[in-house]
Design a protein around this ligand. Structure first.
Ligand code: SER
Length: 620
């Protein structure tokens, strides 16, 4: 019988095996955990944490799941080793105070050797060095030779769900890819020979913040089998990425880059695998309601998307591509995780938006980065890394990754120092500025010189950005798609006053385009209200401020026309007429005046003719 099983078959066989042993099959929980101590669901046990801790009564004494998980602690190994991932599926069987060590070990062995048909002579196990009981079960009940039961320390074989929480000694099952190397040299750390595919945790303690262990009310079982790892073993492929669970994504990325995966060099393969891995993560994260941001899990998402985009560029994919590979990831998992298809539109829109934004960032910073890499021999300075971060939007991790690829390091201490300096600067200048709070403009005025108005003579000027505000609050910089308020040291833009509306126009810079819709002034500071159409605007940037001439011209004409109208009314209707209000916009004017009676239509006609005559006379 062929041992080859698809990823779906492995998942199903695992769940069926435990369902036949009275385990309730439960659906995967969201990647967004209820547990506030972790950002993302990192293990199959996480949804059951309250049960293990005795805070919740289980509905069933036994459960089995295929849980989607994300871990980012090994992100730099993704694509480089055969088995590291950010996204993976963990198959688990759980006992809530029901069966314990002996039964868990017996079933794990039966499943591995009789359902997945792994030859016993290819399996090696590990136990926690103090867990004589587990050692004895493996040796005496299962019949594993003692030298194939490795005793391991706390770092490897004592599993904790986080800094605190339920924990216990564990026992792992490893598959041997090279049994021909013999039993004398068993080193489970040797990745090229062994892969750990099943971890059995004997969960019986709670660990507090000081590291103290308290026995739990119940002895529980928490196990985890890496679906992708089992697929690698059974599908006899070189790594998890070449299994049917991931390879179609890798292949699509290769197709888009016009690369033959099998013939690609190692570096290219790493990029393809990173894409294959991260795309699964981002699709499921967005499906579970996460959106990209600069904090917490939103930042994890943003970082993963950025890595996909960058690796796409590294292998020569031009333009936006992420939704194409995302489609393959959606198609691969929709039968098990239906929400990826239900949320397809949201997923693709979010990915596309983030990708576009990041491509801009990359394009802006790449030249600078190239010149830095050319001049540096061993290390990128903190100042350079900070400039890339602060001015060009390159996250530190990105600079580090790029540096590493070139055999350089980054002076992170220097970077942190620059960051501190920057924070102090912006604290002094901006922290308390919130335009939505009354009187705050005066505060802004304490830190910023009044704007020099050039608009009587100039229609365009080179200026420095002295403040950037989003939703009325000062920020260091803002990117495409944002409604911003920009303060400049000097400006040709006329600010709304005396009934004439502010100029419209553009602020442009290196790949920057802000469409200015309105300008207001207060305390001598001109605030340009607009929307960033392209690029990033950062405090300190030098930009070109250009008013829309035709708008200005029309506003001027309408402004002049109010004066002509007032004079004509005084001359032809009543010398006592006075202005009560007026509005001057680009399209029209309105003039309010006091007059005890209505105007006749012949008076209106005379007024009109008079004004047209004055205009025709073309006075200076
Ligand atoms: N919680 C354990 C792990 O994540 C077993 O599922 O490895």
């Amino acid at each position: 019988m062929s041992n080859h099983l698809s990823g779906s078959e492995i998942r199903q066989r695992f769940l069926d095996f435990f369902a036949a042993r009275n385990h309730k099959i439960l659906p995967s929980a969201s990647l967004v955990p209820e547990d506030p101590t972790v950002l993302l669901t990192i293990a199959g046990m996480l949804p059951f944490k309250p049960i293990f801790l005795g805070q919740k009564t289980p509905e069933f004494p036994r459960a089995t799941t295929s849980q989607k998980c994300i871990r980012t602690n090994d992100i730099e190994n993704v694509g480089r080793t055969a088995r590291h991932h950010t996204f993976f599926e963990m198959l688990g069987n759980f006992s809530f105070g029901d069966y314990f060590k002996e039964q868990a070990i017996a079933w794990a062995w039966e499943l591995s050797t009789e359902v997945f048909n792994l030859p016993p002579e290819r399996l090696v196990v590990s136990v926690f060095k103090e867990d004589e009981e587990a050692f004895a079960i493996w040796r005496d009940k299962i019949g594993i030779p003692a030298h194939r039961i490795q005793k391991m320390g706390e770092a490897d074989n004592f599993w904790v769900s986080g800094p605190t929480g339920p924990c216990g000694p564990c026992s792992e099952i490893y598959y041997d890819f090279h049994p021909e190397l013999g039993d004398k040299t068993i080193d489970l750390e040797d990745d090229s020979r062994f892969i750990e595919f099943y971890n059995l945790v004997f969960m019986q303690y709670n660990r507090d913040a000081d590291g103290n262990l308290t026995p739990l009310a119940n002895k529980n079982i928490d196990t985890g089998m890496g679906l992708e790892r089992m697929a690698q073993i059974l599908q006899k492929v070189a790594n998890n990425y070449e299994t049917d669970l991931i390879f179609p994504i890798v292949a699509e990325a290769a197709r888009l880059a016009a690369i033959d995966y099998q013939k690609a060099d190692e570096k290219t393969k790493v990029s393809l695998k990173v894409i294959g891995d991260h795309v699964r993560s981002v699709v499921h994260m967005i499906a579970d309601g996460i959106s990209a941001s600069n904090t917490d899990r939103g930042y994890v998402l943003r970082r993963l998307i950025r890595r996909v985009v960058r690796h796409g560029r590294l292998i020569g994919i031009e333009g936006q591509f992420i939704t194409k590979v995302a489609e393959i990831a959606i198609a691969l998992s929709e039968s098990v995780y239906g929400n990826v298809r239900e949320r397809e539109t949201v997923i693709k829109a979010e990915l596309e938006r983030e990708e576009a934004r990041f491509l801009e960032t990359l394009e802006r910073g790449e030249k600078l980065l190239e010149s830095i890499l050319e001049k540096e021999k061993s290390q990128i300075s903190g100042v350079d890394a900070f400039t890339l971060y602060d001015t060009y939007g390159f996250p530190l991790e990105l600079t580090q990754e790029i540096a590493e690829e070139q055999g350089l390091s980054v002076d992170t201490a220097g970077f942190e120092q620059e960051m501190k300096k920057q924070q102090q600067r912006s604290k002094a200048a901006h922290e308390t500025i919130d335009l939505t709070v009354q009187g705050s403009l005066d505060k802004l005025a304490e830190h910023i010189h009044p704007t020099e108005f050039l608009g009587y003579t100039d229609l365009q000027a080179t200026a420095t950005v002295t403040a950037v505000l989003v939703a009325g609050k000062t920020v260091e910089s803002a990117a495409a798609g944002t409604e911003v308020q920009v303060v400049l040291d000097k400006t040709p833009f006329y600010a709304e006053s005396g009934g004439q509306i502010g100029d419209k126009g553009y602020l442009t810079g290196d790949n920057l385009l802000i469409r200015v819709e309105d300008v207001q002034k207060e305390s001598g500071i001109f605030i340009h209200f607009g929307r960033i159409e392209r690029g990033i605007v950062t405090t300190g940037d030098t930009i070109n401020a250009q008013i829309d001439r035709s708008c200005r011209r029309r506003a001027q004409a309408n402004h002049t026309a109010t004066h002509l109208l007032q004079s004509a009314l005084k001359k032809l209707v009543d010398g006592g007429i006075s202005q009560a209000g007026s509005l001057v916009s680009f399209e029209r004017l309105r003039f309010d005046f006091n007059c005890p009676r209505s105007l006749t239509s012949s008076e209106l006609q005379q007024v009109e003719e008079q004004i047209n005559n004055w205009i025709a006379e073309a006075h200076e």
